[in-house]
Ligand binder design. Sequence first.
Ligand SMILES: *Cc1c(COP(=O)(O)O)cnc(C)c1O
Length: 436
Amino acid sequence: MKIFEEIESEVQSYARSFPRIFNKAQGEYLYDLEGNQYLDFLAGAGTLNYGHNNPILKKSLLDYIEADGITHGLDLHTKAKGEFLTTFNEKILKPRKMDYMVQFTGPTGANAVEAAMKLARTIKKRPNIINFTNGYHGVTLGALAATGNVHHRAAAGTPLTGISTLPYDGYLGDGIDTTAYLDKVLTDSSSGIDHPAAIIVETVQGEGGITAASISWLQNIQKVCRKHDLLLIIDDIQAGCGRTGSFFSFEKMDIEPDMITLSKSLSGYGLPFAVVLIKPEHDIWKPGEHNGTFRGNNLAFVTAKKTIDHYWSDELFSNEVRKKGAYIYNRIQKIITRYGEGNFSSRGRGMFQGLNCVDGELANKITKLAFKKGLMIETSGADDHVIKFLCPLTISDQNLKNGIDILEDAIKTICIEKNIFDEEVDYFHEDYEVKS
Ligand SMILES: *Cc1c(COP(=O)(O)O)cnc(C)c1O
């Protein structure tokens, strides 16, 4: 099909990494027009935590459509929205002793981030917000100002303002707590950093290279916020909805954000949906101040509710994610031992893991070859040097193994080709023969 070259904008990105025409999808599988099957370890960049066309969610959606349920409802009160709110409150917020108001924003992550940043600035009457190196919060102007990636920033065409960037956990090397620097610049009135309204942070940086902040670092961020009268915004758009093993990525860490953004896997079905959770005392919006035509995607409310009922009513799913996360972690450690600590290292938490290939060209060669072998997997990070494992959380144990086997196969081939394996590691004798 030439139509894509003919009239689709040059702005395409994922389509360039996976140049096939896709047609069907089920669970962790994607199929192209020729019927080739791919294991999907990209899963809509973390939007398909429950797989493609999850049958349980699909059933609730089809029933709802069949009964002429409301599809688009602006911000009108609807039965579907009421049921989502009730379920979210009863099964997600209350059991975690979380007290939040729910703001429905436009359906993208960036829109939720914009809303949270606007509200924080209005509450504190200060324009500045602190973000972190390699952070990713979306590409609309406000969110883009808080996004580190130079490629994305360069496209703004106008100065990106109202943000001061500080070093994320680990940015200055192991053993250096960058929150000490943060505290210092906020204490020193002449540091050059205007006193901010808020800090916006990802607990695990997705697009920035699957870098996980330590619990103590996140706790220190919260302490700094309280000490200096700043709001804490946790952007849980990619790390939330179960990816790290719990519904929110910061659970059991003694972290109480003032605002939380959720999107990506919130609908569970790949339907656009985003919210900001706001501590009641901060919900000072005036009616209609942050508007949007698509704040009422009722189809997403239906599947989001079903997702919570089915997967988040008890601990079973959470335990399963942790178990699979541990498996991925162990496989990555094996890869590192086999192919050299100088070439690879590991990143992440739960089923939000990355293999840092240090060099972007190497990571790219590996993912390209993996795709030829039937595995769809992407890279992230400043130089696209981190291979990110984002398979559906619902993937079968067997397919999880198969996918990582394909990836390891590709790593093996590329490492031999490039002759970069760690010579001290005798991996040739471990599990396969070399013909000389
Ligand atoms: C994807 C993402 C966003 C932006 O979401 P969009 O729907 O692409 O606008 C914001 N923050 C984080 C952490 C994300 O991963």
